[in-house]
Design a protein around this ligand. Structure first.
Ligand code: PLP
Length: 451
């Protein structure tokens, strides 16, 4: 391929990147990834980089799986595209729907397909409102979500999200979305006991329902673990209380499992890890391990029955795309038959936990959290006080991320929190390398922050 500098110049000239500072693209250029295998990325300079983020939390089966490419090629030759509108269907969509119904917990036996997690959450907004309208309660349309939650980037899903930086651009949130505080004990819990804090933050939902009126609230949406918000693992008391409140007030519960689904937390779904019984589950990312763009809403019997009794005027050209469905089905086969999910729960996550927690001893680290293969660490200038840095939030995180890159490790920062979510096939030796590189990057960041 062309020399890196030329590729970077063309990229900066013609490619508008998501979530990227355009000024930096012009001055520093993009890192150009040319291929990948297992957990390792190769860039245009020949560097081999350990991908501690599985792309964007999605490449669960690891890179370079030949089986996936073969299935995609076969499906493209047989039926590359057909839609699922107007009473048509095809084998890959039928087979994947049956597989998902069997795999998912409780009675989430129905799936509405989308091309991404954002689109699936847009579907959810319209589906829960349509559900209540069909049941004779059109005024039940407010959706309660959380500050610092992330549910996607379309106008609907971005409105469900609680990222103020996103709301500031382009007219979000849309009406009838209400945000409550997040269960982030480390940043907001002060001296409160974590479990007490978990209850308090769950009861913020009850307070909001009472304030808005039970007859006005359609649903609550939350990620079992907030991912893009910084891998915030809620206190144990949080989800059972949320569940109780949703049941008591007749509110639909939507679990956004776009990150936590398909093995990430050591079970097939985060809802199993946290014992949540949602009416709707948002899925994407690990559904195809990122090999094909696909997302969807897994829907319980009760909601599906109502949706099937009317015409839902909603759908995407790529809802149930045959190639994406075939690839997702193969991905689920690999996760299952190779025992990948089971291994995460029993072996890989306990090993990573031990190693990840050793980073607590670093002077720059205030806490570490890990659930399955999803972890975070908070950077702090004063270990014992959980204090924030004097510099603008995110400065230390960005410095640390750049040192990680320089040490051939992809670790992302969310403000001054570092997060990881490696491919589920990561080996113990690769975990050792990940943690060694993280420690080295922390040392370098620490030295730089002292300057
Ligand atoms: N929901 C959650 C919890 C996510 O983390 C994401 C993406 O990171 C989305 C939804 C949006 O998914 P997509 O980027 O596929 O639209």
């Amino acid at each position: 391929h062309m020399p890196t500098a030329e590729l970077q110049a063309l990229d900066a000239a013609h490619h508008l990147h998501p979530f990227t500072n355009g000024g930096e693209l012009n001055t520093k250029g993009a890192r150009i990834i040319t291929r990948a295998k297992g957990v390792t990325l190769t860039d245009s300079e020949g560097n081999e980089i350990l991908d501690g983020m599985a792309g964007l939390w999605c490449v669960n089966v690891g890179y370079g799986r030949k089986e996936m490419a073969e299935v995609a090629a076969r499906q493209m030759l047989e039926l590359p595209y057909y839609n699922t509108f107007f009473q048509t269907s095809h084998v890959p969509a039928i087979a994947l729907s049956e597989r998902l119904a069997k795999l998912s917990p409780h009675d989430l036996n129905h799936v509405f397909y989308a091309g991404s997690g954002s689109e699936a959450n847009d579907t959810n907004i319209r589906m829960v409102r349509t559900y209540w309208a069909e049941k004779g309660h059109p005024e039940k349309k407010t959706i309660i979500a959380r500050k610092n939650g992330y549910h996607g980037s379309t106008v609907g899903s971005g409105s469900l999200g609680g990222m103020t930086g996103m709301h500031a651009q382009g007219g979000m949130p849309i009406p009838d979305i209400h945000h409550i505080d997040q269960p982030n004990w480390y940043a907001e819990g002060g001296d409160t006991d974590p479990n007490e804090f978990g209850l308090q933050r769950a009861r913020a939902l009850e307070e909001a329902i009472l304030e808005l009126g039970e007859d006005k609230v359609a649903a609550f949406i939350g990620e079992p673990i907030q991912g893009a918000g910084g891998v915030i693992i809620p206190p144990e008391t949080y989800w059972p209380e949320i569940q109780r409140i949703c049941e008591q007030y007749n509110i639909l519960l939507i679990a956004d499992e776009v990150i936590t689904g398909f093995g990430r937390t050591g079970n097939w779904f985060g809802c199993e890890t946290f014992d949540i019984k949602p009416h709707i589950m948002t899925i994407a990312k690990g559904l195809s391990s990122g090999y094909a763009p696909i997302g969807g809403s897994l829907v319980c019997d009760e909601v599906a029955e109502v949706m099937n009794s009317c015409e839902f005027n909603h759908g995407y050209t790529y809802s149930g795309h045959p190639v994406a469905c075939a690839v997702a089905l193969e991905n689920l086969r690999l996760l299952d038959e190779e025992g990948i999910v089971e291994k995460v729960g029993k072996e890989t996550a306990p090993y990573l936990k031990k190693k990840w927690e050793s980073l607590n001893e670093h002077p720059l680290v205030g806490e570490t959290q890990l659930c399955g293969l999803m972890g975070s660490m908070a950077l702090t200038p004063h270990k014992d006080s959980r204090a924030a840095f004097a510099a603008e939030a995110g400065t230390a995180g960005l410095i640390c991320r750049e040192h990680c890159f320089a040490n051939n490790l992809v670790m992302r920062h969310v403000g001054d929190r570092m997060v990881i979510s490696p491919p589920l096939v990561i080996t113990n030796a690769e975990i050792d390398t990940l943690v060694e590189r993280a420690w080295k990057a922390l040392d370098q960041a620490h030295a730089q922050l002292k300057d």
